[in-house]
Design a protein around this ligand. Structure first.
Ligand code: ADE
Ligand code: ZN
Length: 323
């Protein structure tokens, strides 16, 4: 069946990673910027493997140069979310791509993003540092997060190359964010193994892990996740597209859920991986036979571990109950 009209919650979505290639091409043309090398002959993003993906991603962000560009991007992302009936989403937003972490510029970019609006979709932001840009830049990103924390910027996180440096190099940034009341998440266990998840939990004290799928290889870690309620923001379509797992059937999402780990489903960077939230639901249905009860449970878990305030959760709960 089509799950398009089923209400959904998405917790792991990179704002720049959600930019349609056609949108990026339009912005690039407006600026006479030649980034044609990042597209294939059909106009899709072209990359082979994770490190090339990161390069193409960063090249695409070169077309995003002003607060107005980010307002247009946010507007188009909200429209895509509405199209898939995503009623609540948290987006990773990076000061690195918004005025090079300058606090004054960041405030302007943020204000512009917040002007975007689509009826029926609630969006919150998680300020995200980029691991392979290093700890110094992470601190500057954390400062941007701390200074703009509130009802819209609700969290702080880390994306990028998981094999760069050690988690503890970023502890200071996460401590700053925690002290400002921000909720914490970090990518781990996507490209590196379970030890990367253990290290992230210990050093960064996060309450959610982005991906975390390699936790499945360590039964003690699986038990720990289930006991502590640390949630995984799982992106199976992204993992299959990037070759982390050869197929949906091989993906550990169902096994993790069935042993009591809190799992949620998201798209990560949807146009890069040829996915949407609707497609993730459809693939979960065909790989695992999941149906309405499984998807209601996914929504409940996602809302429980969402970083927004309780009043927002109440509003979203009522909309889900109206199902
Ligand atoms: N940035 C955007 N997508 C990412 C991913 N899947 N892993 C790490 N960093 C990212
Ligand atoms: Zn991600």
């Amino acid at each position: 069946m089509s799950w398009k009209s089923f209400p959904k919650i998405e917790l792991h979505l990179h704002l720049e990673g959600a930019a349609d290639p056609a949108f990026i091409r339009t912005l690039a043309a407006e600026k006479s910027l030649d980034i044609s090398r990042i597209f294939d002959k059909n106009g899709n993003y072209k990359f082979d493997g994770f490190s090339e993906f990161l390069t193409v991603y960063e090249n695409a962000t070169q077309a995003l140069q002003s607060p107005e560009d980010f307002k247009r991007l946010t507007q188009s992302v909200l429209e895509n979310l509405a199209e898939n009936n995503v009623i609540y989403a948290e987006a990773f937003i990076s000061p690195d791509f918004c005025g090079d972490r300058d606090l004054g510029a960041w405030r302007e970019y943020l204000a512009a993003m917040r002007e975007a609006h689509v009826e029926g979709v609630t969006l919150k932001g998680i300020v995200t540092c980029i691991r392979h840009f290093g700890p110094e830049k992470a601190r500057e990103a954390a400062l941007c997060a701390v200074e703009t924390a509130g009802d819209w910027v609700v969290g702080f996180g880390m994306a990028g190359a998981e094999n760069f440096g050690r988690a503890r190099d970023f502890s200071y940034s996460f401590d700053m964010a925690r002290e400002a009341g921000l909720r914490l998440t970090s990518h781990a266990g996507e490209w590196c193994g379970a030890s990367s998840v253990w290290e992230t939990l210990k050093e960064l004290r996060v309450e959610r892990i982005g991906h975390g799928v390699h936790s499945i290889n360590d039964p003690k870690l699986v038990e720990h996740l289930a006991e502590t309620g640390v949630a995984l923001e799982i992106n199976p379509g992204s993992n299959v597209a990037l070759g982390v797992y050869p197929s949906w059937i091989d993906h550990p999402m169902k096994r993790l859920r069935d042993v009591g780990v809190k799992v949620t489903v998201s798209t990560d960077d949807p146009p890069f991986f040829g996915t949407t939230m609707t497609r993730e639901f459809e693939e979960l249905e065909s790989a695992y036979g999941w149906g309405i009860e499984d998807f209601k449970l996914l929504n409940e878990t996602a809302l429980e571990v969402a970083f927004c305030d309780l009043a927002t959760k109440d509003v979203i709960t009522k909309r889900l109950e109206a199902l």
